[in-house]
Design a protein around this ligand. Structure first.
Ligand SMILES: [Fe+2]
Ligand SMILES: [Fe+2]
Length: 219
């Protein structure tokens, strides 16, 4: 009993040490003026326009929420027949989230104060609908992705109408919009419309997503 406890403590201490070692490596490189930049270096850019600022904040929140929704679905359905399909979509959402996390740092955009709420709410939405069954999970995917595709299309119109369209943001959002559309189509192909109370489930989720978008734009 005592030995197990000691092993457990030692393991915990090793895990805790790892980030500290990595951090000190970076410090040494800085102190000695090395040209080799650590991989985590963030390139700071000019402060963005109000439009870019708003787009990055709200999209970062949305992609974080999407990541958590698929995490919730995977927690319930990951080992079932839908596991591979959901895992593929989740991987793409993780990539979307990483991109907006990078942009938020580089442009010094303030994330929405709702981040902790969306983190929990996203997971609960994904897991909650998955507990109702695979088709209900797919109905959730269809509802969320419908709103996100519309939202990204609206942003693409706004960027193109701006005096200096941000090319990187245009390319990023176009690519992500296409992938969200694929997620939507996958949901339909996997029987979302056969979910019990499909109309009611999707309408409620769509209203929730639109409200989350409106809040994340502002605070
Ligand atoms: Fe996404
Ligand atoms: Fe998606």
């Amino acid at each position: 009993m005592l030995r197990l406890s000691n092993i457990s403590n030692n393991s915990w201490r090793l895990i805790q040490c790892r980030p500290i070692l990595q951090q000190s490596k970076q410090n040494v490189a800085t102190e000695h003026g090395s040209q080799q930049m650590p991989e985590t270096t963030t390139t700071l850019r000019k402060r963005p326009t109000q439009l870019t600022d708003e787009i990055i904040r709200v999209d970062h929140a949305g992609e974080l929420g999407a990541d958590r929704i698929y995490a919730g679905q995977m927690a319930v359905l990951g080992n079932g027949p839908m596991g591979k399909t959901i895992a593929h979509m989740w991987e793409q959402e993780k990539e979307h989230r990483r991109k907006f996390e990078k942009l938020i740092q580089e442009h010094r955009v303030r994330p929405t104060v709702m981040v902790p709420i969306w983190n929990v709410a996203g997971f609960m939405l994904g897991a909650g609908t998955a507990l109702l069954g695979e088709k209900a999970a797919m109905a959730c995917t269809v509802a969320v992705e419908t709103v996100i595709v519309e939202h990204y299309n609206e942003q693409l119109r706004q960027i193109m109408a701006s005096p200096k369209p941000d090319k990187e943001l245009l390319d990023t959002i176009t690519k992500f919009r296409d992938e969200e559309q694929e997620h939507h189509d996958t949901g339909i192909d996997c029987g979302a419309e056969q979910a019990p109370f499909y109309k009611a489930i999707t309408e409620v989720i769509k209203i929730g997503c639109k409200t989350a978008i409106a809040i994340s734009k502002r605070i």
